[in-house]
Design a protein around this ligand. Structure first.
Ligand code: FES
Length: 580
C-alpha cells in the first residue's frame, strides 16, 4: 500500500510524522492504526488535537468528554482528523494550595504537548477557572492555529425561592452563619441547591469571566461564553467549533494573528462592562506576555476607567449566567461597547472576520439583565489600579463589587501576618477591631502563599457582622475569587514575601485608600518606612525541591501576570527531531 498525499494547500506539520513511506512514517502511522484508522486518513488532512481538560476531579469540566464527541463530529465533517488528547486539568475546587499555583505548569504541559506531537490545529476544551488561561497561554506559545470552546455555566441554583450563585452564595451564607442569621442545617440544605447541572460557576466568577475574555479576544466563536453547559446549543457550539478549526488550519489563522494589542484592549473593556473577575488581570497580562504584546496594569486602569458595568450578574448584581444567555449573551455587551466607541471593531477573530461583524446585530432581550447605561451598576466599572507607597508596583480593586461609601477611606490597620494568623484571631471577641479599621493580610502573594491564594476577601470579624456590618476595607497581596465581593484591595505588589512595603505594615498604622485618586498610602514618615524595609528579613526558607521550588524561583510578580520568567514569549512550533 503506497502513500498518496491528497490535495491540500500546503504540507502540514503532522506530515512529518505520517506523510511518507520511511521507516519512521510507518512507525508513527502503524502504531496509531491500532485505534482502527483506515490508511487513507493519513493522506495529508489536518490532525486536530482536542485538548481536553476533562477530569472527574474537575467537576466543572465533568461533561467535556461528551462535548469532545461533538467537536470530533465537526472536525470529521470538515475533513479533518480529530484526536482527543487529555491535558493537565487544574480544578479550582480541589487543587491545594490553589489551582493558580498550577496554571503555569498546565500551560507548559500544553505547549509541549502541542509542539512535540503531530498536531496541526487545536480545539481548547476548557471551563473551570485556570483551564481557560492555561490552555490559551500554551497554545499562544506554539502559535499553532487554536480555538477555544468552553463547557458553559451551570444552570441557576435556587434555594427557598432565591437564586443561589456559585461561590457568591457560599461566601454570603458563611457570613450569615457567623452573624447568627442562618443555621448549619439550612447551610447544608442550600448545598444541595447550589450545583444543579454540569458546567462552571453560574456567577460572573473567574470561569465565566475567562470564557468572556476568550470571546472578546476573538479566540472563541461569537456567543460561546454564556450558553449553559447542558443546553443543546452548547453541543451545537462544540460541533461548529470543530468544523471551524479545520478551516483555520487551511487558512493558517494563528493565535498571533488574533491576539493583537487591539484584541487585548477589547478584552479589558469587556471585563469592565461585565463586572469581570480581578483574576482576569493576571491571566490576560500573562497571555499578552506569551505573544509579546506589551500590556501593563496601567492599560487596565486607563482602558477600564470609563466603562460602565452594564451586566447585572452576581457577584456585582442580581442574575446568573443562564439569564445572561437568554438576554443575548456577550455579543450584546460587545455591541454596546462598539456603539460607545469602546471596541476595536476591526479586530480579527477565529471566524476569520471582524469582531464587529459578529456582534453588530446582537439584540438585548432583557434590559434588566443587560442594563442601559443610565442604570449601570457602576459608572466606572473597570478594574481600578492603585499605586502609592504601599503598592509601588500596583494593586487592584473591583469597583462594581465594592461599597461606594468605602471608596475613600482612612482607617487604622489591623494586621494579620499570614492566613493562619488571620484564622487564629479573627473570631477573638477581644480583637481590637471595628468597621472603621482596615484589615491587612500579608504573605499571600505568588511566592508567599505559593500560587497566590483566593483569600483576599477575608471574612469580617463575627462581632462586626453581628452588628449588621457587611463590608470593610481589606488589603492583601492575595487574589479573590471572581464570585466574591467587597471593598477589597488585591494583588498588592511587590508582595510581602519578597519584602514589599506590605511586609512592614504594623497594627495601629493609618492607611488611606482613595480609589477615585487611585492611591493606596501607608501614613507613616518616609524615613520610618525605609528603616522598616531595611530591617525586614525573609522568615520562610524556599521549598527544597520539586515543582514548588521551580515555582518559587521563577514566578513573576502579580503586576505582570505571575507567569514564569522563562515561559514568556512564543517559541513556535518547529517540529522536533525524531530520535528513532
Ligand atoms: Fe470551577 Fe468555579 S470552581 S468554575
Amino acid at each position: 500500500m503506497s502513500f498518496e498525499p491528497a490535495e491540500w494547500p500546503r504540507r502540514l506539520r503532522s506530515q512529518e510524522w505520517y506523510g511518507g513511506v520511511s521507516r519512521d512514517n510507518i512507525y508513527h502511522r502503524g502504531w496509531l492504526k491500532n485505534q482502527g484508522y483506515p490508511h487513507d486518513l493519513f493522506d495529508g488532512r489536518p490532525v486536530i488535537g482536542i485538548l481536553n481538560t476533562w477530569s472527574e476531579l474537575t467537576p466543572c469540566n465533568g461533561h467535556l468528554r461528551e462535548l469532545a464527541e461533538k467537536v470530533k463530529a465537526g472536525i470529521w465533517e470538515a475533513g479533518g482528523f480529530p484526536v482527543e488528547v487529555p491535558v493537565f486539568s487544574a480544578s479550582e475546587n480541589t487543587f491545594r494550595p490553589t489551582a493558580m499555583m498550577y496554571r503555569n505548569l498546565a500551560a507548559m504541559a500544553v505547549e509541549e504537548t502541542m509542539r512535540a506531537q503531530p498536531i496541526d490545529g487545536a480545539v481548547l476544551l476548557v471551563g473551570c477557572d485556570k483551564t481557560t488561561p492555561s490552555l490559551m497561554m500554551g497554545a499562544a506559545s506554539t502559535d499553532i492555529p487554536s480555538i477555544v470552546v468552553t463547557g458553559g455555566p451551570m444552570l441557576n441554583g435556587w434555594f427557598r425561592g432565591e437564586r443561589v450563585g456559585s461561590g457568591t452564595a457560599l461566601w454570603q451564607m458563611s457570613e450569615d452563619i457567623k452573624a447568627g442569621k442562618m443555621t448549619q442545617e439550612e447551610f447544608l440544605e442550600a448545598e444541595q441547591a447550589m450545583s444543579r447541572s454540569s458546567g462552571t460557576c453560574n456567577t460572573m466568577g473567574t470561569a465565566s469571566t475567562m470564557a468572556s475574555m476568550a470571546e472578546a479576544l476573538g479566540m472563541a466563536l461569537s456567543g460561546n461564553a454564556a450558553i449553559p453547559g447542558v443546553d443543546a446549543r452548547r453541543r451545537v457550539m462544540a460541533q461548529l467549533t470543530g468544523r471551524r478549526i479545520v478551516q483555520m488550519v487551511k487558512d493558517d489563522l494563528k493565535p498571533s494573528d488574533i491576539l493583537t494589542r487591539e484584541a487585548f484592549e477589547n478584552a479589558i473593556r469587556c471585563n469592565g462592562a461585565i463586572g469581570g473577575s480581578t483574576n482576569a488581570v493576571l491571566h490576560v497580562l500573562a497571555l499578552a506576555g506569551r505573544v509579546g504584546v506589551d500590556l501593563t496594569l496601567s492599560d487596565w486602569d486607563r482602558l477600564g476607567r470609563d466603562v460602565p458595568t452594564i451586566l447585572n450578574l452576581m457577584p456585582s448584581g442580581k442574575y446568573l449566567m443562564e439569564e445572561f444567555f437568554y438576554a443575548g449573551g456577550l455579543p450584546v455587551v460587545l455591541r454596546r461597547l462598539g456603539e460607545a466607541g469602546m471596541l476595536h471593531k476591526d479586530a480579527l477573530t477565529v471566524s476569520g472576520g471582524r469582531i464587529w461583524d459578529e456582534v453588530s446585530d446582537a439584540v438585548n432581550w432583557n434590559d434588566d439583565v443587560i442594563l442601559p447605561v443610565e442604570r449601570a451598576l457602576t459608572a466606572s466599572g473597570g478594574i481600578a489600579v492603585l499605586h502609592g507607597n504601599l503598592a509601588p508596583n500596583g494593586a487592584v480593586l473591583k469597583p462594581s463589587a465594592a461599597s461606594p461609601e468605602l471608596m475613600k477611606h482612612r482607617g487604622r490597620a489591623v494586621v494579620f501576618e499570614d492566613i493562619d494568623d488571620y484564622k487564629a484571631r479573627i473570631a477573638d471577641e477581644d480583637l481590637d477591631i471595628d468597621e472603621t479599621c482596615v484589615m491587612v493580610l500579608k504573605n499571600c502573594g505568588p511566592r508567599g502563599y505559593p500560587g497566590m491564594s483566593e483569600v483576599g476577601n477575608m471574612g469580617l470579624p463575627p462581632k462586626v457582622l453581628r452588628r449588621g456590618i457587611t463590608d470593610m476595607v481589606r488589603i492583601s497581596d492575595a487574589r479573590m475569587s471572581g464570585t466574591a465581593y467587597g471593598t477589597v484591595v488585591l494583588h498588592t505588589a511587590p508582595e510581602a514575601a519578597v519584602g514589599g512595603p506590605l511586609a512592614v505594615v504594623r497594627s495601629g498604622d493609618m492607611i488611606e485608600l482613595d480609589v477615585p485618586g487611585r492611591r493606596l498610602h501607608l501614613d507613616i514618615p518616609e524615613a520610618e518606612l525605609q528603616d522598616r524595609l531595611k530591617a525586614w528579613t525573609r522568615s520562610e526558607p524556599p521549598p527544597a525541591s520539586g515543582y514548588a521550588r521551580l515555582f518559587h524561583d521563577h514566578v513573576e510578580g502579580a503586576e505582570s501576570g505571575a507567569d514564569f520568567d522563562f515561559l514568556k514569549g512564543c517559541r513556535g512550533n518547529e517540529v522536533p527531531k525524531d530520535s528513532h
